[in-house]
Design a protein around this ligand. Structure first.
Ligand code: CTP
Length: 430
């Protein structure tokens, strides 16, 4: 469905409020869960007058927080550190929070930071990006008080989606109707994309990963080998797979060093970015981190050839009818990593292929001596190079192969990290 891509495994907190548009919430929860999201719900007292918590609990697939002062033991699911208090547990757990339908009252409460019921308190305790989906009568929506509260929320970075024009509770046709479910899902997806993903804490309810606290080294992007001061030999790699792997490694609780020949991502906690240009520079950066690495993911598209002697000045066209470049091999960084890795360090290589995957993947696995080899096609409709998606074949040294179907790179990267983490052993190893 439109806009639902990229929600798999994402932790979405839905704050439900008391307005007639609450009738759309069951469809919203179902859509989010079908997209693979993990959903938790808080309900304001008003929402509970419209719809039974049990209904939303069944659709969300987890307990619903209905009151700020839960009796001991009744707080929603043991999500992690929060001393059993729903608003703290859920606030720390969520990657994004959506208020729907955001009534005039709830918009005011959020703007003022009121925390005397479970929705306001949880939203206040939650540092995740906020998406607000207002729905109310037109007169309330247009009132200067509501306008001011919405402006405050938007100033703080909240995304406001809707309302739209349509039939309202009063029977009038006017502005104030809840935005369509598709628009809500899209806004949540956008908020997640814009969020500083690598900095999010790992899911406190998940068992600790063998990579928690370990150093993971990821290479990304296509190296650029100079021809002269203005030209280079390069390739179509965007660096997105490497970045997705770095994000996935952060989700395992790892410290990540991203050595990238692509434009660097914005700074984020737990992610150190080292920018490089050539294969030689990438090798030097990799060597400086390798002694401490527990896992190396060589996703970079490293040029195999460089110009033996790049020109010191721009090569002129005038006076030539042909230009020959003398190319020499670049260092094979992956081979160096395998040869020089510290004990217990897992190495994952990648194979960029234009034909079939299986044969070359197994051949490269053996030739390079890596623990896992991830093969992807770099031409055609399922090309992994330069785009948003990939489909890969992961082969292990044990001969087992696993296909990850074409999908967003974030999901493919998560599958690769899971496979690598299984090889990494217990957290204190290496
Ligand atoms: N690689 C590397 N150093 C190079 C070339 C490649 O470390 N100079 C790494 C890539 O990062 C990748 C793996 O080796 O993890 C395989 O890269 P690929 O381009 O598919 O294979 P090549 O080794 O270059 O072999 P070929 O070009 O013959 O397919």
């Amino acid at each position: 469905m439109t806009g639902a891509g990229g929600l798999s495994g994402r932790r979405i907190l839905v704050h439900v409020c008391g307005g007639i548009a609450v009738v759309k919430v069951p469809e919203l929860l179902t859509t989010l869960r079908r997209a693979g999201a993990v959903v938790r719900v808080t309900m304001s007292p008003g929402a509970q007058a419209f719809i039974a918590p049990m209904t939303l609990q069944a659709l969300a697939g987890g307990p619903v927080a209905t009151t700020l002062l839960e009796p001991p033991g009744a707080a929603p699911a043991a999500l992690g550190p929060g001393h059993g208090m729903a608003h703290l547990e859920l606030g720390a757990w969520a990657e994004v929070q959506l208020v729907v339908p955001a009534t005039a009252d709830m918009c005011a409460r959020l703007a003022l930071g009121l925390a005397d019921e479970v929705v306001g308190a949880t939203a206040l305790a939650c540092p995740a990006p906020l998406v607000v989906a207002p729905a109310m009568e037109a007169a309330m929506w247009e009132h200067p008080a509501t306008r001011a509260h919405l402006a405050t929320l938007a100033d703080r970075g909240a995304r406001v989606v809707g309302p739209v024009r349509g039939r309202l509770a009063s029977g009038r046709d006017d502005i104030g109707r809840l935005a369509p479910v598709e628009a809500l899902v899209l806004a949540v997806t956008d908020a997640l994309k814009a969020a500083p993903d690598p900095g999010r804490a790992p899911d406190p309810s998940a068992p600790p990963s063998p990579l928690a606290g370990a150093l993971v080294l990821v290479t990304a992007g296509g190296t650029r080998e100079p021809v002269d001061p203005v030209r280079f030999l390069g390739n179509r790699s965007s660096g997105r797979m490497g970045l997705a792997l770095a994000v996935a490694a952060r989700r395992h609780g790892a410290e990540v060093v991203l050595v990238t020949a692509a434009p660097p991502p914005p700074p984020a906690p737990g992610l150190r970015v080292v920018e490089v240009g050539t294969a030689e520079e990438m090798l030097a950066a990799v060597r400086s981190v390798l002694p401490r690495a527990r896992l190396v993911l060589m996703a970079a598209a490293v040029a195999d050839w460089r110009v033996a002697a790049p020109a010191g000045e721009k090569l002129r066209r005038a006076g030539r009818d042909r230009l020959r470049l003398d190319l020499v091999p670049t260092p094979d960084i992956l081979r160096a990593v395998v040869a020089e890795r510290p004990p217990g360090c897992v190495v994952v290589g990648f194979a960029a292929e234009t034909g079939e995957l299986e044969g070359p993947a197994r051949a490269k696995l053996r030739a390079k001596g890596v623990d896992l080899l991830v093969a992807n096609r770099v031409v055609g409709p399922d090309s992994a190079m330069g785009g948003e998606g990939a489909g890969v074949l992961i082969v292990g040294a044990d001969g087992v192969g696993r296909r990850v179907p074409f999908g967003p790179k974030s999901e493919v990267a998560a599958a690769i990290l899971d496979a690598a983490a299984r090889l990494a052993g217990p957290p204190d190893h290496g």
